[in-house]
Design a protein around this ligand. Structure first.
Ligand code: GDP
Ligand code: MG
Length: 422
C-alpha cells in the first residue's frame, strides 16, 4: 500500500497530525519535497512536537523514516531538530532515519540570499520564510547544488564547493554584500555533515526493496495544492511540487503508483504570507477565528491570514491532488459560531463562477458567501453518531461541494481526537 498525505489548501491543514494518526498502519514514512519551511505540529502521548524536516513518523517506534531526493536540507537545522527530539527521549538512528544521497543541502548562503532578496523587494515581497528555500531550489536546477552524497566524499567536496561559491559570489556581491568565504562554508559542512553522514544512503534502492516485499509506505507532503510551484498561486507559491503525483519521484521510487491519496482539508481557510487570498476576513471577525484556531505559523510564529471555507479553491485542490478521500481538520474550531460563513463561489468581473482561476483573474475575484447553521461543541465527539445534525450537514455540504468523500474529521489536536466515517 502506497499512500500520500497531502494538503488541499494553502498549507497548515494538519498534515502532521494526520500522518501521526495514520502512520500506525505503515512501515515507512517519507518526506518528498520542501525543507525546513515546513512546520508540522504533532500532539500525542509523547508530548507536543513541531517537525520542520523530519517526517512526522519519527515519533512512532515502528516506522522507518525517509527524507527523499526532492527535499532541500539545512544541515544545521536538521542537527538541531534531531537533538531536540533525542533530548525528549525519541530514538533517532540510521535504523529509523534514512536520508537520500540525492537530497540537496541548503547552505547558509541560501538563507542569506533569501533574506537579501526579501529586503531588496521591500513592500513587494513574496512572504518567504527566509530559510533559503527558493535560492536552494534555484541552484538545484542550475546544477550548482551540493548533494548529501558529497558529505561522504569530503576530499573532492572542497574543489566543488570552491567553484560554486565563486559563482554564488557574483550574486552575493551584486546585492552589495560581502562575499561568501569558502573555508567558512567548508567548516560548516564538516561540523554538521559529520553528524548527518551516517544517515545518508541510497534511499531509492531501500524503497524499491521495501515495496517489492509488500511494505506499506506513506508519503508526507509539505504545504498544499495552492502553493504548488506549477499549479498554485504562482509566484506566491513554494519552490517545489507539493502534489501527490510527485510523491514517488521526490521520495525516490519513481516507478511506483500510489494506491491512495488522502487530502487534508481544513474546515475553514488560512494562508501564511503574501498572495491573493479571496476569502480573507479582517477586523474582529478575523481575530476571533485566528484565536479560536490558534492560527500562528508553526515554523515562523507569523499570524496566519484567515477566512471561511473556500469551495472554488478547495475543489481545485482536490482535483490537483487527485484525492481519493478527505480528512477534514479542525472542525471544533468553528464551534463558537452561530452561523458559519462558506464561500460557495467567486464573482469575477460581474460573473459568478465555481472554478478556481489562477493568474490575473484571481486578483479580481470576490467571494460569494452563504451561511449555514452552527453546530456547537464537537470536541468530545468520537464517532459519526456523536456529531450534532448541523455538523453532519456541514460535512456533507463540503463533501458535495468539493466532490470527494470525507473519511476522517478531526475535532482536536490530540492523536485520538477524531471521528472516522465509514
Ligand atoms: P501542517 O503544516 O499541515 O502539519 O499543519 P500545522 O501543524 O502547521 O497546523 C495545524 C495546527 O492545528 C497545529 O497546531 C495542530 O496541533 C492543530 N490541529 C490539528 N488538528 C486539529 C483539530 O482537529 N482541532 C484543533 N483545534 N487543532 C488541530
Ligand atoms: Mg504547518
Amino acid at each position: 500500500m502506497l499512500t500520500a498525505i497531502v494538503g488541499i489548501n494553502w498549507g497548515d491543514e494538519g498534515k502532521g497530525r494526520m500522518v501521526d494518526l495514520l502512520s500506525s498502519d505503515y512501515d515507512i514514512i517519507c518526506r518528498y519535497q520542501g525543507g525546513n519551511n515546513a512546520g508540522h505540529t504533532v500532539i500525542n502521548d509523547k508530548g507536543k512536537f513541531v517537525l520542520n524536516l523530519l517526517p512526522s513518523g519519527i515519533l512512532r517506534e515502528t516506522t522507518v523514516n525517509v527524507m527523499g531526493n526532492g527535499m532541500v536540507i539545512d544541515l544545521e537545522h536538521l542537527v538541531g531538530e534531531m537533538k531536540a527530539l533525542t533530548d525528549k527521549g525519541i530514538h533517532i538512528g540510521p535504523d529509523n532515519l534514512k536520508i537520500s544521497d540525492k537530497a540537496i543541502i541548503c547552505m547558509p548562503y541560501h538563507k542569506m540570499q533569501d533574506i537579501m532578496e526579501e529586503e531588496r523587494l521591500a513592500d513587494k515581497k513574496f512572504g518567504s520564510t527566509r530559510r533559503g528555500i527558493a535560492p536552494v531550489y534555484a541552484d538545484k536546477y542550475m546544477k550548482k547544488g551540493i548533494r548529501m552524497e558529497d558529505l561522504l566524499h569530503m576530499d573532492s567536496l572542497y574543489g566543488k564547493l570552491r567553484d560554486i561559491v565563486e559563482w554564488k559570489n557574483i550574486t552575493v556581491t551584486g546585492y552589495g554584500h560581502a562575499p561568501v568565504d569558502v573555508d567558512a562554508m567548508m567548516d560548516w559542512l564538516k561540523t554538521y555533515g559529520s553528524v548527518v553522514a551516517p544517515f545518508v544512503t541510497d534511499v531509492s534502492g531501500y524503497l524499491a526493496d521495501a515495496a517489492a516485499s509488500g511494505k506499506n509506505i506513506m508519503f508526507e507532503a509539505q504545504l498544499g495544492a495552492l502553493r504548488d510551484i506549477d499549479f498554485g498561486i504562482y509566484p506566491y507559491t513554494s519552490s517545489s511540487t507539493t502534489l501527490a503525483a510527485y510523491a514517488p519521484i521526490g521520495a525516490g521510487i519513481p516507478g511506483a503508483q500510489l494506491n491512495n491519496t488522502i487530502g487534508i482539508m481544513k474546515a475553514y481557510s488560512t494562508c501564511v504570507g503574501e498572495g491573493p487570498f479571496t476569502v480573507e476576513m479582517f477586523g474582529d471577525e478575523a481575530e476571533q477565528l485566528r484565536a479560536a484556531g490558534g492560527e500562528y505559523g508553526a515554523a515562523t510564529g507569523r499570524p496566519r491570514r484567515v477566512g471561511p471555507f473556500d469551495v472554488p479553491a478547495s475543489r481545485y485542490g482536490v482535483r490537483m491532488q487527485g484525492a481519493s478521500t478527505i480528512a477534514l481538520t479542525k472542525l471544533d474550531v468553528l464551534s463558537y459560531l452561530d452561523r458559519i460563513p462558506v464561500c460557495v463561489a467567486y464573482e469575477i468581473d460581474g460573473q459568478r463562477t465555481a472554478d478556481f482561476p489562477t493568474g490575473e483573474r484571481l486578483n479580481r475575484a470576490k467571494p460569494v458567501i452563504e451561511y449555514v447553521d452552527g453546530f456547537g461543541d464537537v470536541s468530545q465527539c468520537r464517532s459519526y453518531d456523536d456529531l450534532p445534525e448541523n455538523a453532519k450537514r456541514y460535512i456533507s455540504t463540503l463533501e458535495q461541494a468539493v466532490g470527494c468523500r470525507i473519511e476522517y474529521v478531526s475535532v482536536g489536536a490530540g492523536r485520538d481526537e477524531y471521528v472516522k466515517i465509514d
